[in-house]
Design a protein around this ligand. Structure first.
Ligand SMILES: Cc1ncc(COP(=O)(O)O)c(C=O)c1O
Length: 423
């Protein structure tokens, strides 16, 4: 069955993005060939984590079969090789983001750790009693809780930018919140639960007019949106490797050099020092001051391979393919009776959240799973956002560069099946 029977032919097929062959791309991802419950896997849980291309898997295997050694401290050949590959990965990330220099790229475990790092270093020295930190209504818990902890520690106050019913931030309310007490703004580039692309450039300008620094949580943007840190001019930018076709356990904190220089270290240990005596420790230069202990060397190198992979295809092409897929899926799901989309912003990326009359999202997910279709159900680590929409949970399909129109059709057919089961 072609589930998208109401499909308008005026919208171009997702498979037909110029210079982009989705079927060729799929062949790069070995896991896409697996069967789930005897059915071909339809993987639509990409906002949680993406699948890995062979090039990333190969980078991990190559590292452990030919280069494995601890970095920065060794004089032997393997250690030098591993250090070189690790630092090359840093340069790839710097170029990918358009950062000024590799010293501004700090390897961390992921977006969560990066935000905690900034809250507990920059935040601890700048936010005091009565000061305010602004976040938004559509943040992931990772961009809420670290700021709450900081506010509790410092006696500061968390302020929240509201959204409209489409899931768009209200900029006039943001303007009103920005005031003499504001010490910091932390906002998502793209919402994980709604897909809204926030006007971060404009918001950074608004905050900078009042000399307030801005952290952008790019966990959901890095795989879908071209990032140019020089144009954005944000003070901090964070993302996780595993959502960008890289491995788990590795992520990135970008910070402007002058801010990172002035911040105290986050953790103490090896590699973050230049000298230690029992009386006093001098800290290492950037970015090592923030990289205490042995880092995820293989993860960083494989993230570099993921960035090569994505850059060779072109994020603009990837975004164009995903935009068409999202338009196709939005149209198809909107025509299903009893289904309500949550998150209908004009600017969206790769995420479709929905609820269905009298059917719990977990039941939707379970019936879809039986058909080999992987989606996510729950609060998506955004409970305040769920409360704003008056729901406890949603079902969320999220797309990546390897998803196809046929997979959207399978999702729509699967949802019809859900309706049959619960009729
Ligand atoms: C918008 C957003 N921020 C932060 C995170 C946290 O990422 P991680 O768990 O990789 O640290 C996520 C993960 O889903 C996210 O979607």
């Amino acid at each position: 069955m072609n589930a998208a029977t109401n499909w308008s032919p005026s919208v171009e097929s997702p498979e037909k993005t110029a210079g982009f062959d989705v079927f060729k791309i799929r062949a790069d991802f070995p896991i896409l060939a697996v069967k789930v419950h005897g059915k071909p896997l339809v993987y639509l849980d990409n906002a949680a984590t993406t699948q890995k291309p062979q090039a990333v898997i190969d980078a991990l295997i190559h590292y452990y079969t030919s280069e494995n050694a601890n970095i920065h401290r060794g004089v032997h050949a393997l250690s030098e090789l591993a250090t070189e590959s690790f630092e090359q990965a840093r340069v790839k990330i710097q170029r990918f983001l358009g950062a000024g220099d590799p010293g501004e790229i700090v390897f961390v475990r992921g977006a969560t750790e990066a935000i905690n790092l900034v809250a507990q270093t920059y935040g601890r020295i700048h936010a005091g009693s009565g000061d305010e930190i602004i976040i938004s209504s559509l943040e992931h818990h990772s961009n809420i809780v670290p700021w709450q902890i900081l506010c509790e520690q410092q006696g500061a106050r968390l302020r929240v930018i509201p959204i409209n019913d489409d899931g768009e931030l209200l900029l006039e309310e943001f303007e009103k919140l920005l005031g003499p007490k504001t010490k910091f703004v932390a906002i998502a580039h793209v919402s994980n639960a709604l897909g809204t692309i926030n006007p971060v450039r404009k918001m950074i300008e608004m905050a900078h007019r009042r000399n307030v620094p801005v952290l952008v949580d790019g966990a959901q943007a890095a795989p879908h949106v071209l990032i140019d840190l020089q144009a954005l001019d944000c003070d901090f930018y964070v993302f996780s490797g595993h959502k960008l076709y890289g491995p788990t356990g590795i992520g990135v904190l970008y910070g402007k050099r002058k801010l990172l220089e002035a911040m105290p270290p986050y953790q103490g240990g090896g590699d973050m020092i230049s000298s230690v005596t029992f009386e006093k420790t001098l800290y290492n230069k950037l970015p090592y001051k923030f990289e205490a202990g042995t880092p995820d060397v293989s993860g960083a190198i494989a993230l570099g391979a993921a960035i090569d992979y994505v850059s060779n295809i072109g994020l603009d092409r990837i975004a164009a393919h995903e935009d068409k897929l999202l338009a196709y899926a939005t149209h198809a799901l909107s025509s299903i009776p009893g289904l309500r989309l949550i998150g209908t912003a004009k600017a969206k990326a790769a995420v479709l959240s929905f609820v269905m009359e009298n059917i719990h999202p977990h039941d939707i997910g379970t019936v879809l799973d039986q058909q080999g279709i992987a989606i996510r159900t729950g609060h998506h680590c955004a409970q305040p956002l769920m409360q704003r929409f008056g729901v406890e949970a949603t079902a969320r399909a999220s797309f990546a560069l390897y998803n196809t129109q046929e997979e959207v059709d399978a999702l729509v057919a699967g949802i019809h099946k859900v309706q049959e089961v619960f009729a």
